[in-house]
Design a protein around this ligand. Structure first.
Ligand code: PMV
Length: 322
């Protein structure tokens, strides 16, 4: 049996705006991992908590992964049947990039199984291809973060840079328990921007401006209060873009009342997760307790920066066969 591992991702700033070429800042979310096990079989099988059965019969929401497995088998000229088993602690459809993470771990697992070298460039190409099927109009920010396992500054079709944070940051992430409707949310923002560009395009630009402002701050001077304030500004813009919802708003208010400096949705919105920035672990634990008492489905305390900025563990994409 061979394995492939990947992390989830968390967008700090710039979701939705990144679809329009504005920059986003995204980090690997190492608290939630996906592991794929590939083993020989008598027929091509996929196994996971969301679907188990023949690869050919995978449901439409797994089309990207189905296409990915079949195209890798074709590309590497490996027609023998196998079982691809996905074990995940990344909740599906919660704005944590589960589709890009599944695609990354499946690709790594298959390349390890076939004992073929997988370059980062090739991995990114394969994951983006799978993401196109999952999202329709994916910006590519999920794929680049999950594949590189580094905090990234990303502007679609323009540039991608790794960011080195100047200090340590502590976040509390909470899941509303409601699947995020990324595809519909992206499409609806598209309709708004097309119908009323004078009203909505400045909001997109403002989100991009916040990403620019935060890049400078994150790289030079970690000012948690200013970061929190920028998160709150982002959230009020995302709300105007119609991608927030009452459960996200509730968890955001709970986190702020419990001592967070700022909070916002992350990823597609309309369900999914919210992130909040706190001073330290002590406050994080208070925020977690408040969220638990007020309906969040799951919470994580997440630290990044000061050596942790490249993931809490070594890069996995060259992991061998085990
Ligand atoms: O919901 P997620 O984790 O797929 O994140 C989507 C981020 C968007 O900016 C809303 C869309 C995109 O493709 O960048």
């Amino acid at each position: 049996m061979s394995t492939g591992i990947s992390t989830a991702k968390m967008i700090l700033f710039g979701e939705h705006a990144v679809v329009y070429g504005e920059p986003a800042i995204s980090v690997p979310f190492t608290q939630a991992l996906i592991k794929t096990e590939v083993s020989p079989s008598t027929e091509n099988q996929f196994a996971s908590t969301f679907f188990t059965g023949p690869i050919e019969e995978m449901p439409p929401f797994l089309d990207g992964i189905k296409r990915l497995i079949l195209s890798i088998q074709k590309l590497l000229e490996q027609p023998e049947p196998l079982t691809v088993k996905v074990l995940s602690d990344v909740p599906v459809g919660r704005g944590l990039g589960s589709s890009a993470a599944v695609a990354t771990s499946v690709t790594r697992g298959l390349y390890n199984y076939y004992e073929k070298k997988l370059t980062e460039e090739m991995l990114l190409k394969l994951v983006n291809h799978a993401e196109d099927a999952a999202h329709g109009n994916a910006s590519g920010v999920d794929a680049i973060t999950v594949v590189t396992e580094k905090p990234v500054w990303y502007a679609k079709g323009k540039n991608m840079e790794t960011i080195h944070f100047a200090g340590e940051l502590t976040f509390v992430v909470a899941d509303t328990g409601i699947p995020s409707e990324t595809k519909a949310a992206v499409a609806d923002v598209g309709v708004l921007c097309k119908k009323e560009p004078l009203e909505y395009m400045p909001l997109i630009k403002e989100l991009g401006g916040i990403s620019r402002e935060m890049k400078e701050l994150l790289e030079t001077n970690i000012d948690k209060i200013r970061i929190g304030e920028a998160m709150n500004r982002s959230q009020s813009i995302l709300k105007k873009l119609t991608v927030s919802d009452p459960k996200l708003e509730n968890l955001i208010q709970v986190a702020l009342s419990a001592g967070a400096y700022g909070a916002k949705l992350t990823g597609g919105g309309r369900g999914g997760c919210m992130i909040s920035i706190v001073e330290n672990r002590e406050i994080a634990e208070k925020v977690v307790k408040a969220l638990q008492a007020n309906g969040s489905a799951k919470e994580w305390i997440f630290t990044i920066g000061e050596g942790k900025h490249e993931g809490d563990r070594p890069s996995t994409y060259e992991c061998g066969i085990n």
